[in-house]
Every structure is written in structure tokens, then in C-alpha cells.
Ligand binder design. Structure first.
Ligand SMILES: [Zn+2]
Length: 355
């Protein structure tokens, strides 16, 4: 058990009350140890749950655990609140678990129709998806997103798997032409050096396994470099359905089907004379453990006052530098190390197997 009962919470349920294994394991994590018998099932060895912790458990299992990702964005299939009766059996194998939470907490589970912006119905994103209408939106991105200055005192890292000559700084430059065109921003015409100040993020981005021979270069710019900052939260004064901010946010949370769009943005930034792009990692939420597309009353938390600071903790930044910045002298390799994985740890969540 990872939490202690510091607030003299009143136990209403315990981990032994649940038959579903995922709910039981999550209840063990959220509950506290106590020798008192559970007021519901009488067990003394279950992790005890207060009203607040049982709601947290219901949210993690049924709401977060029913998140379905769409091509762009995604939403939870199941929601609950205290105003409706349960209108579904969210857990057919162990329906009495859901019923127990419903009755004990006074909540109802129901199928949720998500706001359609959350599943990618955003005007600038739809325009970006169509190559015929993409260019004006990319021109807006170049005009409306700020510039980030990568200064010579900021250290960042570049990871290599199976480097042929690991001691050679050139190994850490952008790949040779024949290997360009497979990533989020690079094309055969535009080699890119990808790096990050977050070394664990580099491990995710490089899809590292325990079998890999790894080396990491410590890098610094040799002069201030100007990057298009796509990690910024921009307020374009529109709704989420028309928001350029939301379009770009969902673009970088999307998988490889989105790469033709992000490559065109990089090419435009290159033509504009910039040194590169600062962009949110696809693995940001995995790295930070933050929720996917948080909403309040159907609105994205990105649209509220003060959102920039709140949203920034969810993002881990990647640095993409155009052409070959080590060969052309814009970036210096200050150190090279062998890197190995000592241990990997995972933070697991559970959801219903079917809805
Ligand atoms: Zn119990």
C-alpha cells in the first residue's frame, strides 16, 4: 500500500469488496491498511477506502480506463456523476463491482458522448489533414507561435543505438541522407538532429530495448539558435472547435499517420530561416503521468485563464535541429558516454475489458 490514512478518513469499502482483479489491485494502491473490519464486507485484511478514495478508484478504473484514442485526440467512453442512474453495465464480467460503487457512492455510470473537438473535429486540424488546404494553416503556425532561443548554456542529449564509432562526434549528428524521412519531422531533403534535455524521454523516443547497445552525447549550441516553439500554449481567442492551439496540441499527440503534416511544418520553418523546432514529445503523457485531454464541463483545460502554467507540466520538450548542426558547427559535442538500463519501472492502470 502506497498511501497512509493521514486524515482520519472514514472507511466505507475495501479492496476485498471487489471481485475484478484490476479494481482490487488499484484499490490496494489507493487504500490504507487497517485492522478494523470493512463496514461492507467485514474483511480485516483489505486496503480501506474512504468516499473520496472510492470515487478516485471509480474514476481511474471506469473513466480513465475506458479512454479510446481516435486518429486525433480521444475520449473516455464511460463517465459517472451523482445526478443520473446507472444506465449501463460497465463491467459485464463483474457487474456487481460497478453496482457496489454506484450504491455506496450514490453515482450512476453512463455512456458519454465526448465533445467532438476532443476527437479531432477542429477546423484548423481538418484543414491541415488535407494537403490542398494545409499551406495557409502552416503560414498561421509560423506567424502565431513564438520563437524559442536555444542558448549555448543549455545542455541537451542525443541517444544512439548501435553506433559504429561511438567515440566519433559525427555519429551524433543528423543521420545520413539515406536514413532521413522516417521520423516525425525529417524528410530526405531535410535531415534533422533530434534531442532532448530529458534523458529518459530519449529512451522512449528511441524505442530502446534491453538488448540495445547505447551511447549518449551531451550537446550544446555554440551560439544562440532560433527555434519555432510548438510547445507554447497560444490563445487565439476562439473556441476549441476553431482553435489552432488545440489542432497543434492534438497533432503532436498523434501517431505516425500525422507525420506528413508535421514534416510540412518543419519544412516551412526551415524555409523561414529558423534553426529548428521545439515540439511536444508524443511520449509526454507517458513520461509525466498526466491525464490525456483534461476537460472541465466539456471545455479543454487549455482554454482557461492561467492554463499555460498548468498545461506546461504535462509536456516534455523535444529539440529538432535542421540540416547537420554538428558538421556545420552550430552544435558542439561536449561529452560522450556509454549508457545502459539498470531498471525499468511502469505505472499501470486498469479498465473494464469491455464496455
Ligand atoms: Zn470490503
Amino acid at each position: 500500500m502506497t498511501e497512509t490514512n493521514s486524515q482520519a478518513d472514514l472507511a466505507i469499502l475495501c479492496s476485498a469488496c471487489f471481485r475484478n482483479e484490476g479494481l482490487r489491485l488499484d484499490a490496494v494502491r489507493l487504500g490504507w491498511a487497517s485492522d478494523e473490519p470493512c463496514p461492507h464486507c467485514g474483511a480485516t485484511d483489505g486496503a480501506k477506502l474512504s468516499d473520496e478514495r472510492a470515487r478516485h478508484l471509480a474514476h481511474r478504473f471506469f473513466v480513465v480506463g475506458s479512454l479510446v484514442k481516435t486518429e486525433y485526440g480521444g475520449a473516455s467512453v464511460i463517465q459517472f456523476n451523482s445526478r443520473v442512474e446507472t444506465s449501463l453495465d460497465p463491467n459485464p464480467l463483474h457487474g456487481d463491482d460497478a453496482q457496489l460503487l454506484s450504491q455506496t457512492l450514490g453515482i450512476g455510470f453512463f455512456y458519454h458522448g465526448p465533445p467532438i473537438w476532443a476527437v479531432g473535429e477542429i477546423e484548423p486540424l481538418k484543414a491541415l489533414e488535407d494537403p490542398q488546404t494545409r499551406a495557409p494553416i502552416i503560414a498561421r503556425i509560423l506567424a502565431e507561435y513564438p520563437r524559442f532561443t536555444l542558448s549555448p548554456d543549455q545542455t541537451f542529449y542525443r541517444l544512439r543505438k548501435a553506433a559504429a564509432r561511438p567515440q566519433d562526434p559525427g555519429e551524433y549528428d543528423s543521420p545520413p541522407d539515406e536514413f532521413c524521412g522516417g521520423g516525425r519531422l525529417d524528410t530526405p531533403d531535410l535531415p534533422i538532429l533530434y534531442g532532448s534535455a530529458d534523458l529518459e524521454l530519449c529512451i522512449h523516443e528511441c524505442r530502446v530495448t534491453v538488448a540495445d547497445e547505447l551511447h549518449v552525447a551531451t550537446l550544446k549550441a555554440t551560439r544562440p539558435l532560433s527555434l519555432l516553439d510548438l510547445t507554447a500554449l497560444i490563445d487565439d481567442g476562439t473556441t476549441s472547435f476553431e482553435s489552432l492551439d488545440m489542432a497543434v496540441h492534438l497533432l503532436f499527440l498523434a501517431a505516425s499517420h500525422s507525420y506528413p503534416i508535421s514534416r510540412d511544418i518543419a519544412a516551412a520553418a526551415h524555409r523561414a530561416g529558423l534553426d529548428g523546432v521545439l515540439f511536444p514529445s508524443y511520449f509526454s503523457l507517458l513520461r509525466t503521468g498526466q491525464p490525456f485531454l483534461e476537460t472541465i464541463y466539456g471545455l479543454s483545460t487549455r482554454v482557461f485563464a492561467g492554463a499555460a502554467e498548468y498545461e506546461a507540466v504535462k509536456i516534455v520538450e523535444n529539440i529538432a535541429l535542421f540540416d547537420r548542426p554538428i558538421a556545420d558547427g552550430r552544435v558542439a559535442v561536449t561529452c560522450i558516454n556509454r549508457l545502459y538500463l539498470r531498471q525499468a519501472s511502469y505505472d499501470l492502470g486498469f479498465g473494464p475489458a469491455t464496455y
